[in-house]
Design a protein around this ligand. Structure first.
Ligand SMILES: NC(=O)c1ccc[n+]([C@@H]2O[C@H](COP(=O)([O-])OP(=O)(O)OC[C@H]3O[C@@H](n4cnc5c(N)ncnc54)[C@H](OP(=O)(O)O)[C@@H]3O)[C@@H](O)[C@H]2O)c1
Length: 272
């Protein structure tokens, strides 16, 4: 079993734990009894969740208010991962920016920030986690597991959210390749690719899921449960929900000449 049973030396570091899917994953792991190390910028929200998790699991829950878009805080997060008591890492921190690139020139800093958090931080923390967990597995035969949060936008380009979808294509491709590289090491990397999920994401991305049919908007707790189950098994990837699985399949297989104009029109639904 790639994510070891809950124990004081089987802590899980969760980035993006102050809200949405990251917080729901932390609750799911807390319910199973893992000690937790929570990372995001919002220290107060992390402290509230940590108190909830300590009551839930009786285990430690540490809080680190870090901005993963900065070099110094990203280095501090790498140190949290490189700890002998850590058996799992969840990279859930991320955000989206919607709008046409031609109209987004004035938010260049936000687009650069998106790549720093969604791509650079996830890559850096994954490389750190792989190094630490593989060393530990080789020395003590203790398994380890990583969960990287991607998106169904990873499976095709997305006009209206071009930089975001490209960042998730990086996450999906990188993570699935590393999953394969890790075969036989005792360490696994699982990619979680949710569809639209009710969290703080839409507000942060400047869009509105209110115009999407209820059928296609999932709940963070369900996404987290599917992700943690897959992480515990060491699966390569999981896309929660039949509608999302069909959308991902369509994104992979549909001819781009047909798909891209349809997506371009569809993104108007979300004001992008
Ligand atoms: N909701 C969806 O529809 C959806 C669909 C597919 C994939 N996803 C992915 O799911 C992941 C979680 O998003 P969510 O939906 O749960 O949205 P959310 O509720 O807005 O949560 C985003 C999390 O990322 C953290 N974060 C953002 N920038 C950060 C930074 N610079 N440093 C550290 N932490 C940072 C936020 O914490 P602070 O603000 O406190 O820093 C927050 O905890 C993201 O990777 C997103 O791309 C979401």
């Amino acid at each position: 079993m790639p994510l070891p049973a809950p124990a004081p030396d089987a802590a899980v570091v969760v980035t993006g734990a102050s809200s949405g899917i990251g917080a729901a994953v932390a609750r799911e792991l807390g319910r199973r009894g893992h000690p937790m190390v929570l990372v995001a910028r919002s220290g107060d929200a992390l402290a509230d969740l940590a108190a909830e998790l300590r009551a839930l699991s009786g285990q430690d829950a540490a809080v680190h208010a870090l901005d993963l878009g900065t070099d110094a805080d990203l280095a501090a997060a790498r140190e949290l991962v490189d700890d002998d008591r850590v058996a799992g890492v969840v990279n859930a921190a991320g955000f989206g920016v919607t709008g046409r690139v031609a109209e987004l020139a004035d938010v260049q800093a936000a687009l650069d920030g998106l790549v720093r958090v969604n791509v650079l931080a996830l890559h850096s923390l994954t490389v750190a986690a792989v190094g630490a967990l593989v060393r530990r597995a080789a020395a003590d035969a203790r398994p380890g597991a990583i969960l990287n949060v991607s998106s169904i936008t990873a499976f095709q380009p997305l006009p209206g959210a071009a930089s975001y979808a490209a960042s998730k294509a990086f996450v999906q491709s990188f993570s699935e390749a590393v999953h394969t590289e890790l075969a036989g090491t005792g360490v696994t990397l699982t990619t979680l690719s949710p569809g639209l999920t009710r969290t703080g994401f839409a507000d942060a991305a400047g869009t509105d899921f209110g115009r999407a049919p209820d059928l296609v908007v999932g709940e963070a707790a369900d996404v987290a449960a599917a992700g943690v189950e897959a992480m515990v098994r060491g699966d390569r990837s999981v896309t929660p929900g039949l509608v999302n699985q069909l959308t991902a399949l369509g994104g992979r297989l549909a001819p781009r000449t047909l798909l891209l104009p349809a997506l371009d029109a569809g993104m108007d639904l979300y004001g992008a």
